[in-house]
Design a protein. Structure first.
Lengths: 513, 255
């Protein structure tokens, strides 16, 4: 029997193994490869995907290093929910947070402006500790171009109600938070609607005049840079956002010196210092670790950003690992599913329907859904990409098999060949082209979608893109976007070569005729 | 020709009804095909003649009645055995385009454990019989003419030396010149091999050329069963008369 399988099966297996090797290479290459779960001794700090959080994460890392604790900092992992879940899940051990976010978003039934002791008591049953405030209040605010605000005589947020034509754009998180836009609209009786957009892009949009008012963090460096007026919160809507560190209480045993280092930072950063650090990173192009080191008065040590080429190689390997593993798994699962779907019509409808529904889940949401199951890092990204790859492969396998001329299927049956041999020797070879086309589509889509993996700590080309968006650095965005596009093209080319090599000569002849 | 007893027949149908959705492709048909004879099913398209052929090797299953193979009812679990004792050739040949001629011929024998040289010897032997040049064995179906493809299909059907051949319009797709040549060759091959042959055609002249047993079908029923002389002397009804009249160049008298 084995000899029947050889040519086709060997080729498919080879492709799968090729992909399966990539992650190993990536592991060997990248020192802090995202595929490994943090082990018990390594302490991991996370940060949200905006500059101040990354700087605070670096401060925690460097302060810990000074007290002899080796800490890994996983930068810009995502929004509040992702960091909170990662902390609960144990993927990270600490991250910088704000008291207002705790009272309004993360904990329920806590009085507004609750003190740190109340929060500490509420967090303790969750296994989470909280430091005292770091010393600055980075509250939400609403800002406008100073010139326009002067022209319209807008000083307070309540003045906005008189100008229903103003275009508002708020960060996506602000749009949905309990202490964000929905409450603000009610509190100030604001008649207009607002659009959600990325916070780092909002400043550009405001400066360019595309929007008239955006939400700000009061320590943002851009306020001065773009000559913005911060509107007065005359109804005292926004709560305090005192910066703190949250950490897992099991660190008290695992790394008591780290906890001490975090607590030492309490009360040490004022708003001016924070704004200066934000400016240094975001406007002056300094590395976050450099700014954090300067603040602490220590040596920045090995910068987290390396040289261009080794870094590009690392991103490439990470990206290939994401695409390769997810695609290989998808091939292994989707081809049999497609065969099943082609064999049993009812079940086939169900399989095609389900995989179709998976495809409609927005990719960002799918990535986040995977976090409770797989934590953060490469695993949830691979799981999400795997699910995305299913549909094109299942559908094409199904279409390829059901598209075979009935007379050929019948000839194979009439010969007296058992179903399994018919499948391997007749049906799959005849359906090979559409199947490979499905794999190709999945691969190309995967390369693009995998850039979102960086949002949940999976690395890859999405990393420079995200950082580029955060720092408003087009060059950095290009460092991720251009290789991603090239990789997609390369994938296309490679699969066309594979397709040509695997297609039996007899079928190419028929295609010509 | 009188119907022989079922146990003497290679295949037989007993009161078989076969339906697709609401359409009865075969309606209460009983017929037997004696061993070593050539029988021809004729009728216009949709008459049920191909369905009858397909029932014999379980490509369709009856909703009523039974299909007998060597006197035994056809069973699902014995299908592969039955199919391997039957060579089946269809109009377009049914050759697998991704395999060479030899690959097509070798598919089943290799699965059954023949070694490569045994397959090649058998293929050469049959190629000579079917007037297929040996060079063609390494070609792909797309590189062959229509006539060559049908020769290959017949060769493939004969690889295991099955006692029965089922031919569903084997020459239907060929141009007249090639067709006439192949008719002669086929008749010679059948005579030499002494197989049970059941052939489907819509051409009365071709039917009469191959056999003295013609089974005329219409709308899922057998209208008349006999030789050409019977048909011409005593047509069963007006339809048979009309069918004969439509084929002007039939040989006169008995075949």
């Amino acid at each position: 029997m084995r000899r029947w399988l050889t040519p086709l099966f060997a080729c498919m297996l080879f492709v799968c193994m090729l992909f399966a090797c990539m992650p190993l290479a990536a592991l060997a290459q990248a020192g802090n490869a995202p595929t490994v779960h943090a082990n018990n001794t390594q302490v991991v700090v996370g940060s949200k995907n905006f500059t101040e959080s990354v700087v605070l994460g670096e401060i925690a890392r460097l302060a810990a290093r000074e007290s002899g604790v080796d800490v890994q900092h996983r930068q810009a992992l995502g929004g509040t929910r992702i960091l909170w879940r990662a902390l609960e899940h144990g993927d990270i051990d600490a991250y910088p947070e704000y008291t207002g976010t705790l009272t309004h978003e993360l904990l329920h039934g806590v009085p507004q402006n609750a003190g740190i002791d109340v929060l500490r008591a509420r967090l303790k049953p969750l296994g989470i500790g909280i430091t005292d405030p770091l010393g600055f209040n980075n509250t939400y605010a609403v800002g406008m171009r100073a010139k326009e605000a002067a022209k319209l005589h807008i000083l307070n947020i309540s003045d906005l109600a008189r100008h229903p034509d103003l275009k508002l754009a708020f960060s996506n998180e602000f749009m949905n938070r309990a202490d964000g836009w929905p409450g603000l609209k009610v509190a100030y009786h604001l008649p207009m609607n607002a659009r959600g957009m990325d916070h780092d892009l909002a400043y550009r949009a405001l400066a360019a005049g595309a929007v008239d008012a955006i939400d700000l963090y009061s320590t943002d460096a851009e306020i001065a840079y773009y000559h913005l007026r911060v509107l007065k919160d005359d109804k005292h809507y926004f709560p305090r956002y005192d910066a703190v560190y949250l950490y897992r209480l099991d660190l008290d045993q695992r790394a008591p010196r780290f906890v001490a280092a975090l607590n030492n930072l309490a009360g040490s950063i004022d708003a001016g210092q924070m704004r200066a650090m934000n400016k240094a990173v975001k406007l002056d192009g300094k590395d976050a670790s450099v700014a954090a080191a300067a603040f602490l008065g220590v040596d920045a040590g090995n910068s987290t950003t390396g040289d261009f080429w080794p870094q590009l190689a690392r991103y490439t390997l990470e990206h290939l690992a994401l695409v390769g593993i997810s695609l290989s798994l998808a091939i292994l699962i989707a081809v049999p599913l497609g065969i099943l779907a082609a064999r049993r019509r009812r079940l086939g409808q169900l399989v095609l329907g389900l995989t179709g529904i998976l495809q409609t889940v927005p990719s960002l949401a799918l990535f986040v859904f995977m976090i409770p199951l797989f934590g953060i890092g490469a695993e949830p990204a691979i799981a999400a990409l795997f699910l995305y790859s299913l549909l094109p492969i299942v559908r094409n396998t199904h279409a390829g098999l059901t598209g075979i001329e009935p007379s050929l299927l019948e000839s194979a049956a009439a010969l007296g060949l058992p179903p399994r041999i018919r499948l391997w020797r007749v049906e799959l070879p005849l359906a090979l082209r559409p199947i490979l086309a499905g794999v190709k589509i999945a691969a190309v889509i995967n390369v693009g979608t995998a850039t979102l993996g960086a949002l949940i700590g999976a690395g890859g080309y999405g990393q420079p893109i995200l950082t580029g968006i955060r720092l408003d650095d087009i060059g950095l965005i290009m460092e991720g976007a251009v290789p991603a596009a090239l990789l997609a093209l390369a994938m296309q080319g490679v699969f066309e070569i594979i397709e040509r090599a695997l297609t039996p000569r007899g079928l190419r002849l028929r295609a010509k005729a | 020709m009188p119907a022989s007893k079922d146990s003497d027949s290679a295949f037989a149908l007993q009161d078989v009804t076969c339906a697709f959705d609401d359409v009865r492709a075969l309606d209460d048909v009983s017929v037997a095909f004696p061993r070593g004879h050539t029988s021809v099913l004729i009728g216009s398209s949709g008459s049920g003649k191909s369905t009858l052929l397909r029932l014999l090797i379980g490509l369709e299953w009856p909703v009523g009645g039974s299909v007998l193979c060597d006197g035994e009812p056809l069973r699902h679990d014995a299908l592969l055995e039955v199919r391997r004792r039957v060579g089946y050739v269809i109009q377009e040949g049914g050759l697998f385009p991704h395999l060479t001629v030899l690959g097509n011929l070798a598919l089943l024998p290799r699965h059954l454990g023949w070694n490569a040289s045994r397959v090649l010897d058998r293929a050469r032997e049959l190629a000579a019989l079917a007037h297929l040049h040996e060079d063609l064995l390494s070609r792909f179906p797309a590189e062959l003419s229509g006539g060559q493809r049908q020769r290959v299909a017949l060769t493939r059907a004969l690889m295991l030396d099955p006692p029965t051949l089922l031919l569903d319009e084997p020459l239907g797709a060929l141009d007249p010149l090639v067709r006439h040549g192949l008719q002669d060759e086929l008749r010679e091959i059948f005579a030499r091999l002494g197989k049970t042959v059941i052939m489907v055609t819509h051409d009365m002249a071709e039917a009469a050329f191959f056999s003295d047993r013609l089974i005329l079908m219409r709308r899922g029923r057998i209208i008349q069963d006999g030789n050409l002389g019977d048909f011409q002397r005593a047509p069963a009804d007006d339809f048979v008369r009309g069918f004969l009249a439509a084929h002007r160049n039939l040989p006169g008298g008995s075949a």
